[in-house]
Every structure is written in C-alpha cells, then in structure tokens.
Design a protein around this ligand. Sequence first.
Ligand code: ATP
Ligand code: MG
Length: 234
Amino acid sequence: MAFLEIDQLSAFYGKARALSEINIDVEQGDIIAIIGANGAGKSTLLDSILNLTQTQGDIRLEEKSLTDLPRSKIVGCGVGYATERFNLFPYMSVQDNLLVGAFTARDTIEQNLSLVYKLFPRLQERKKQESGTLSGGERQMVSLGRALMTSPRLLLVDEPTIGLAPRVCVDIAAALRRLNEETGLTIVITEQNVNFATRIAKYLYVLETGKVQMSGTTDELTSNNELIEAYFGQ
Ligand SMILES: Nc1ncnc2c1ncn2[C@@H]1O[C@H](COP(=O)(O)OP(=O)(O)OP(=O)(O)O)[C@@H](O)[C@H]1O
Ligand SMILES: [Mg+2]
C-alpha cells in the first residue's frame, strides 16, 4: 500500500468533467510532480484531495479514505495545502498569516514556526511586515510556511514557481528539497515549469485535459526528450 493512493479519481464542475480516472501512488518520503499546461487540471487534482470538488473514485492516505471527510478533517489527517492563489491576509503581518495556519498545541506552534523561519530566514527578518507589501517570492514562502504550520505529513503545493524569477525558483526548490531530506516530508507539487519539476521530483505525472498521459521516474521521462518537447515545447 502506498502512502497516498489516488484511485480512479474523476472530478466535476457541475456536468463538466475536469479529471478522468486518475491513478497516482505516492510513497512516503517521495517528492512527485504533476506537470501540465493551463487548464490541464492541476489545481483541480489538489483541490480534490482536500474534498473541495465533486469527485468519483477514492483517495487514501495510509489506507484511510479521505473522500467523504470535510476539508478541516483532511488537514487534521496531515494534509497541508499551499494553494496557487495564496489567499494571504494582506493587512496582517507575516507571522500572523503563518499563525492562521496553526490549530495545534502551543509547543507544536512554536516548533513549526521555528522550522518555517529556519527554512525561510527572510520571513523571520520580515515577520512584522504586512503581507500585502511582500514580493511574489516572499508571498510564496508565507504560503508554504502557512501550510507547514498544520504539521503536515503530506504537503501539496500548487505551482510553487508561478510568476517567480528564476533566482527565487532556485531558493524555493532548495527549501522544498531540504524540507524533504531533513524531515522526510512527502511532497506533491504541480508545475508548468518542467525544469523546476525535474530538479526536485523523483516521479513525474504529465496531465493533459484531465488525464494522465505519461508517468515515470524523472530520469525516464527526461531521457525521453521527444515526449517532453511534444508536451511543453522545451
Ligand atoms: N470552479 C470552476 N468551475 C468550472 N470549471 C472550472 C472551475 N475550476 C476549474 N475549472 C475548469 O477545469 C479545468 C481544469 O482547471 P484547473 O484550474 O484545475 O487547471 P490548472 O491545470 O490548474 O490550470 P492553471 O495552470 O491555469 O492553473 C479547466 O478547464 C477549468 O476551466
Ligand atoms: Mg491551477
């Protein structure tokens, strides 16, 4: 049994089908990336894990089905989600935005906060700054940090590099890799940025119009340049 099992998952917006019979297994401690163009269904897939869409099929974390649980219970099971639209509170400080993610015991909050600041020293320097005045990269760090405040065992990150300069992408990649190596956290990211995805993920899934078109280890897929070119023009 894999740590996370996505089993024949389909998702719908009203009558429109956004995902078709997706199967993904993630082993504990792995980083996997879902890559796909605009509208492929990346956000829908992560939203579906949090039960924010209408779905068929099953999603299990350590054999426990998440599909009928409300979002708060799914977060309580250890699923942290850094969404594409950060939804930070712009007039609140960095630290207060991080604390919004915390609903655990006091000492765990302290521990998580120090983990976030260790990972992103820049947030510690700016902990009193209003979040609305942060750069895009710093906002992404707060979004990741806030998801970490829930003490996740599985971290979902929707397009961590969207709108970010290459230099900042390198920092985000380093932080995610470090998090994975030092804490063993299992991470699922979505990306359009294939270079970023291949830099950190062990397995790749290529999503196109709601279907998995290819999957394999990063080494397998990146040695198949024709396929990558066909899908991403890179
Ligand atoms: N709330 C919604 N209501 C109706 N259709 C939706 C809704 N959200 C997404 N869709 C549709 O579902 C499909 C998948 O969208 P989704 O946002 O998951 O794609 P994505 O891969 O995350 O794209 P992007 O890279 O632009 O963020 C698209 O066709 C989109 O128009
Ligand atoms: Mg999206």
